[in-house]
Ligand binder design. Structure first.
Ligand SMILES: [Zn+2]
Length: 391
């Protein structure tokens, strides 16, 4: 349990920043920036931190829009809080990352008061490009999570859930090369790269009967050819492959590639394959999740522990959870089943007063949880033991 005085300190610190945090959330929401281009968002966050006297290091891990801020005293526990702020093509902040940033900044500012008075350190990670760029993966590779004892963030949703799975994933692009010919005058001279693309989709659909529960394979055509009257000389499609475990991901990834190669053979076209490194599955640290849940309950929002009725995506927080005990709780910004991530309605919710309220509650619950880890060595030991046993 956390001392009442610490709780009051933390909550008051978030309340004191309410206007600044609301403004930050709205500014980011109204100026959606794609992965690695979050110049304004990162700038506004760093300006606010600097205005509060925080030392900020920008451009970490060779990413101009990544940053880190630290507060407290070294020697004790070191707790990481993560902020995302990238948006999606066409649909803006339909994943609500503006709220993740807002809650992360609020939690960091509040927990820093505890770290400065009672010892230990809190570190805010500004993590770009969650949507397909893997900013956190680059920060792990740069060694920035070394020495961090536990890490946390929150994600907007349509319900309050402490521990939800996130799927291991990878992105594969198949580029087909055929032979151009007039599609009406001499179709017999052509080899259609587009047919290679389309057959890939059909063959993968035929294999779905063999996929384990939780597998997701979804693609789109990146290049559908050159003109309607030319047999497509080049065409390309990209697939996202996801599974609950890395083993299943590897198995399904091989099936998907086999389908693409078979499609290429059928159309007598060439195929080249490129892959973007994906994310690992999320290992929710339940001891840490439950500590967060107790604070949420005390704040008037008792969350469910899990909810198998709703689907799972993928996140680079999964990679963080493989190197540091981590949580990624999901909290409602709309009523259940009204809207989910990557929908226009969800983008609206991310800009609503309810969205900001949820970010502020999340900030308090994260600041309380981080503070508890700083002052309660027993909790931190339990969290670490669970993580070791999970490996
Ligand atoms: Zn998201």
């Amino acid at each position: 349990m956390l001392d009442e005085k610490v709780i009051r300190t933390v909550d008051a610190a978030v309340d004191a920043e309410k206007d600044a945090l609301s403004k930050l959330s709205t500014s980011i929401h109204q100026n959606p920036e794609l992965r690695f281009e979050e110049v304004k968002a990162a700038g506004w966050i760093c300006e606010l931190l600097a205005a509060r006297g925080m030392a900020v290091t920008r451009g970490v891990a060779d990413m101009p829009t990544a940053f880190m801020a630290r507060a407290g005293k070294s020697g004790g526990a070191r707790i990481g809080i993560l902020a995302e702020y990238d948006a999606l093509p066409q649909i803006g902040h339909a994943c609500g990352h503006n709220l993740i940033a807002t809650a992360g900044v609020g939690a960091f500012l509040a927990a820093s008061k505890v770290a400065e008075s009672l010892g230990g350190e809190v570190v805010l990670f500004g993590t770009p490009a969650e949507e397909g760029g893997g900013g956190k993966v680059k920060m792990i590779d740069a060694g920035l999570f070394e020495g961090i004892d536990a890490a946390m963030m929150f994600h907007p949703f349509d319900r309050d859930v402490l521990a939800h799975p996130a799927l291991a994933n990878t992105w594969v692009t198949f580029t087909f090369g055929g032979a151009a010919a007039h599609a009406a005058i001499a179709p017999q001279d052509g080899k259609s790269a587009l047919t290679g693309c389309m057959d890939t989709f059909r063959l993968i659909d035929g294999q779905r009967v063999h996929f384990l529960d939780g597998v997701r394979v979804h693609g789109f055509i990146v290049n559908g050819g050159q003109a309607v009257n030319i047999i497509a000389e080049t065409a390309a499609c990209e697939f996202s492959v996801r599974a609950r475990t890395t083993d299943e991901l590897t198995r399904v990834r091989a099936i998907v590639e086999r389908c693409a190669r078979a499609a290429a053979m059928a159309s007598d076209v060439t195929i080249s394959i490129s892959e973007r490194r994906g994310y690992k599955d999320m290992r929710n640290n339940m001891a840490l999740a439950r500590a967060f849940g107790q604070h949420m309950s005390a704040l008037g929002r008792p969350p469910r522990e899990t909810d198998g009725r709703v689907g799972a995506g993928s996140t680079d927080m999964g990679d963080v959870s493989h190197v540091v005990p981590s949580i990624h709780p999901w909290l409602a910004i709309v009523d259940e089943n009204v809207a989910l991530c990557h929908q226009h309605k969800f983008a609206d919710a991310a800009g609503s007063a309810r969205g900001i309220d949820t970010a502020l509650v999340a900030a308090k619950a994260m600041a309380r949880t981080a503070s508890e880890l700083l002052v309660n060595a027993e909790l931190l030991a339990t969290v670490k033991r669970e993580w070791q046993e999970d490996r």
